[in-house]
Design a protein around this ligand. Sequence first.
Ligand code: MN
Length: 393
Amino acid sequence: MLRIVDQAARTDTGRQRHANEDAYFARPPIFVVADGMGGAQAGEVASRIAANAFDEGFEGDDLERNLAERARLANREIFELSREDESRSGMGTTLTAAVFSGNEVGVVHVGDSRAYLFRDGELRQLTRDHSLVEELRRQGRLTTQEAEEHPQRSIITRALGPEPEIEPDVHTHQTRAGDVFLLCSDGLTSMLEPDAIKQILQDRSSLTDAARQMVSEANREGGRDNITVVCFEVGGELEGGDGGPAADETVVNLKAPVVEGPSTRPPRRAEPRPTALRRTPIVAGRKRTRWRRRVVVTGVAVALLAAAVIGASAGIRSVYFIGRDDHGLIALYRGLPYELPGDLRLYGEEYVSSVPAASLTPVERRRLLDHQLRSRGDAAGVIRTIERGERGR
Ligand code: MN
């Protein structure tokens, strides 16, 4: 029989945020990371609900079904709460949870927090991000490198909270002595390369040491987001049967539980919150830093939301780009030059010119059809210029 021989958990606000919307739960055999969104305290509430959904005993033989059920219950709870309370509307959270069970580890996952397995000196990502850039990367539209550096990389396509039903990813991994499982929020992985994480695990004196170092290195790289790291190591049974304290020791949540109802709410933080952190719907177009606010994009809302997010970050209401339509004509599009699986386009055609793209020189084509995001006026002006045959610009 295998058992958990070491574990650690750490969360940090990072260097640029004023609040920590991440939450975790770490009590063998259950480990959870959740990264909330929704502004004000709504993101904290959502992530705390998700983490606490795994608080109670975890029995039952169907590990995967059990995990999926917890995720669904948490989703439902967050969804209901966000509908009851307007200040919490739109709140949501990622969820990545792992449960150790004898010789396997079950994982349930929604969003872009991650689970990794460190084994034999190699770090393997066990979860697939539910994010816009990951979808585009899998379609071959972005390279891994481009995806990592993409300004819209924090747009997620699945989360707990925004919809009444959720389809979580669930999988089981066979484990063996020496395995280290790592759960983390994107505040770690957007700051540190997998190689850096691997190196820290490789060189660690303990998981506590490794977790501390991951957080401090992510902060050294800028700490642009909340950083949460939860990890545990699987080892063999000790000879003589002394289980030791490691397996039963609880790593306490650093944050007070945040539950609905004023009586159990933690006291408000004394520090003033800057207006930018207050919750406003993304569609309001308030200007903010790109990585500050994440968005869940589902269904048809995708086009409007994504366009609005970029519009918000660029300080303009709408974005346009110039492309080539199905008939080879130069056209003006509103939105983002992306398509999601299921033929879901993030753009719509606004205007089709009479000029075939083929009539442009290759240099002009490259310059004009580069899908660069433009304001409407700029894009329309470029198309007018092309139509007049003045292509000097
Ligand atoms: Mn995050």
